[in-house]
Each structure stands twice: as C-alpha cells, then as structure tokens.
Design a protein around this ligand. Sequence first.
Ligand code: PLP
Length: 314
Amino acid sequence: MSMDTGFYPTPIVKLCDEPNALYVKREDMIPYSFGGNKARKAILFFEEIDRGVYDYVVTYGSSHSNHCRVVANMAAARNIPCLIIGPEEVSDVTYNSIMMDMFGAKIITVPVDQVSRTIDEKLDELGKDGKNPYFITGGGHGNIGTRAYVNCYEEILEYQKNTNIKFDYIFFASGTGTTHAGLVCGQILHGTDEKITGISIARKNPRGRDVVLNSIREYLREEKGDITELESVIQEKTVFLDEYTGDGYGRDNSEIDEVIKDCMIRFGMPLDSTYTGKAFLGMKKYIEENKINGKNILFIHTGGTPLYFDDIKK
Ligand SMILES: *Cc1c(COP(=O)(O)O)cnc(C)c1O
C-alpha cells in the first residue's frame, strides 16, 4: 500500500499582512489520521516496514502522543500488532489514547525511568517468540524522521520558487528536534538561508539544541560521509529558542489559551497548548521582542488536532 501519493505538498496559506506577512504550512492537513509531523514521519517508517518482513511494531510515547496515535493507526491498517510502551506518569485518557485503544494497540505503562529497560525486554521477548518486531523511536526520532522534514523543507523551497515569495523566517514547535533537524539539513543541502527558528516546547539549552545538532550531524553523515567542514554552518544555522517553554512540557497557561482562542476565532485554525499554541505564542513574542516587521514569516503547523479537543474540554 503506497499511502503518500497525493499527500504532498501540504498547503501554505497566508493568515495576515501586518506587522509581517504571516504564512502557515498546514502539516495538520496531511490527509491521514489527523495529519501532523508524526504522520509525515510515520509514512516513511511504514515504507520501510512494508519493504521488510516485520510482524510487530513497537514504539514509545505517552497517552497524549500524536506519534503513537498515527503509528497505531498505520499498524492496524496492515493488521500488524502494535505495542506501545508509555510512562505511567502521563497515562490519563485523551482523544489520542482513545484512538490508540480503538486501533487495538497494546499499551503497557511503567514508571518513566523503567521505559527504556521495558522496551529492551519486550523486544527481546518478541524475538524469543519468533517475531520480527520493528522498533520506532518515540516521536519518530532518527534519520528516517529527519528525512521526512528534509522533504517538507523541499516543498517550502518549491513554494518559494513558484510564488516568488521569499521567507525570511521559519518558526515551528521543536520537541525531540527531528522536525527541526530535517529543516536545517534541507537548508544545508540546498545552500539556502531562511532563518530557521525552532521554539522549544520543553527542553532547555544547551541540551535541547545539542539534541538537534546531533540529529543534523547523524543525517548529514549518512548523506555525505565526512562532515567536518560542515560543522560551522551546522552551528550557525541551528537556532533553538528555549525562553518560551512556559511552565514546562504539556503545561498550559492562560497566555497560551488566549492565543489558541484568538487563532481559532481570527483564522479558523486550531492550535494546541503542548506544541503549536506554545510555539505560535513564542513566535509572536520573539517577533515583538526583536521588533521584526515587514518580513515574510512562515509558521509550520505541526499538527496535534486531537489535542485541540482535549484542551477545549478542560
Ligand atoms: C511531536 C510534535 C512536535 C515536535 O516535533 P519534533 O520533531 O519531535 O521536534 C510538534 N508539534 C506537534 C503537534 C507534535 O506532535
């Protein structure tokens, strides 16, 4: 089954002109399982699964995870059993977790510090049972996930070429850093120069940025071999802002709620408080603080539509 035909490019729409021309790339409109960056990544992981002889999918994530919802959906569509290992600490019922159940995923929760050990044990057990499991890192982290966002960057380039609109900035929510790494890798491979600016939704520097840097290096090494002379350009292009994380991962506050409501009313565009709403607010603040105006700005809407509904229920 080839699922990506006709899925791309995702639309880029203009929201407003003042104080900057603000555009949004609607990754949430990838037409599979409510879309989002996890869908773009998972489509590539499942291409690999379809090429192999795998009979089990194992991944990691909380009950809020967009990644786990999409992976459980794709596994169910193939009749491949899916095992999700999640942290006990974040295991409340959400729209994503309801869908994971509906897809028949088996969910095991353990204290967060036992997750990594449990993954190893379960993969081992499955192997001993004669299974050939495919493991997808939480959030679709890794070179395949990075490649998904190199592809997305190429769509952005194509849009700029076709419309003669040149983006000065690209903003988005940076979590595991894979989306961020893919965009920067795409830019390095094409020698282009929009200011790619990741808004951290949780991690602080230097660790947050280091994780992005490592993903970039890992991907470019696979593409190019020796990357020693790329190190300075990698450093220069990796901007990871950690001052807009609010109260931490998944923590909502009234400022974020206001932005989400405002965005829905003005543009009919849903955002969530964990990722896109937090990043949209961070972008707004960054633009104000740095007195940026008259520029062309692209915000990447990375998805998470089910979280929008969890939020408005509260
Ligand atoms: C996972 C996620 C992100 C973060 O993407 P990373 O590639 O992990 O940095 C952003 N937005 C949404 C809606 C997500 O689900």
